[in-house]
Design a protein around this ligand. Structure first.
Ligand code: ADP
Ligand code: MG
Length: 275
């Protein structure tokens, strides 16, 4: 067994992604039994420029201070040889991609009330981070988790830790499905790129397929910059469809902010049943 920092015991490997490997770990110092399990992401940085490492550690410390009920908490980060390690809150409910696939297999649509609840939680998380000028840049159903049916967005700000604020961000090759036109075209981008990706996730929740799909990477990218406009099936309301359309406006200046989407009456407090 491997023990990190005299504190974290590896239970199992849970996956590998763009940035490295994820492990389920046990925190020996955590007293709360429900929180003993955590996730450790080990990112190989290789022999790095000490200046960049300092920036990354600084960023990680800032992120660890951000707390929101719909964001996967970053507990701490440290450098272990050539690995940059981050310790995260564990979301045992799995990710939204798995949840969507379960529904797809059962051929059972996710009802609008549920979609709206999840969407509101995602918007609250995004709004919170954007107000602190932190972008996600890799928002996708696989980075969105469920914990007691509550949304927890993972990897918020992680791309900034790993790629910095520089142009390197545009050389980042993740999945293309959620990439906004401006990011694809290497144009200037801002927090609106996350709104685009959120639109893609909303579509996926309702339709069980990617909003922009194709048989090759090029075909997907072509679709994203074309004038194709995805829309939701009839069983969803006109209002929800309008939100989708606006999140997927090609010009980022026309796309609403998270706060603007949240102001839509669809997210109003549910009526308390009369007793
Ligand atoms: P990617 O997001 O590119 O798939 P990650 O390294 O973020 O790569 O995740 C790898 C795997 O670990 C995924 O299957 C993901 O669902 C899982 N995972 C990541 N973070 C958590 C977490 N905080 N709680 C539970 N599972 C997680
Ligand atoms: Mg991830």
């Amino acid at each position: 067994i491997i023990i990190w920092a005299n504190r974290y015991v590896i239970l199992k490997k849970i996956g590998a992604g763009n940035f490295g490997t994820a492990f389920l770990i046990e925190d020996k110092e955590e007293k709360n039994i429900d929180r003993k399990k955590k996730v450790l992401k080990q990112i190989c940085v290789g022999p790095v420029d000490p200046g960049e490492t300092v920036d990354a550690m600084h960023e990680a410390r800032l992120l660890a201070r951000m707390k929101h009920k719909n964001i996967v908490q970053l507990h701490e980060s440290f450098l272990d040889g050539q690995f940059f390690c981050i310790v995260l809150e564990y979301c045992e409910g799995g990710d939204l991609e798995c949840k969507i696939n379960e529904h797809k297999l059962k051929n059972e649509h996710i009802n609008e009330q549920q979609v709206i609840k999840w969407l509101k939680q995602m918007l609250n998380a995004i709004n919170h981070m954007h107000q602190s000028r932190v972008l996600h840049r890799d928002l996708k159903s696989r980075n969105i988790f469920l914990k007691n049916n509550q949304i927890k967005i993972g990897d918020f700000g992680i791309s900034r830790i790993l790629l910095g604020e520089s142009d390197k961000a545009s050389t980042f090759v993740g999945t293309p499905y959620y990439m906004s036109p401006e990011v694809l075209k290497h144009e200037r981008y801002d927090e609106k790129c996350d709104i685009w990706s959120l639109g893609c996730v909303l579509y996926e929740i309702c339709c069980f397929t990617h909003a922009f799909s194709g048989s090759s990477l090029m075909a997907v990218m072509f679709k994203i910059v074309s004038d194709y406009n995805p829309s939701l099936p009839q069983l969803y309301s006109r209002a929800l469809n309008t939100i989708l359309e606006r999140c997927l406006y090609r010009d980022p200046r026309n796309r609403p902010t998270a706060a603007e989407v949240l102001a839509h009456p669809i997210f109003g407090e549910e009526k308390i049943p009369f007793k």
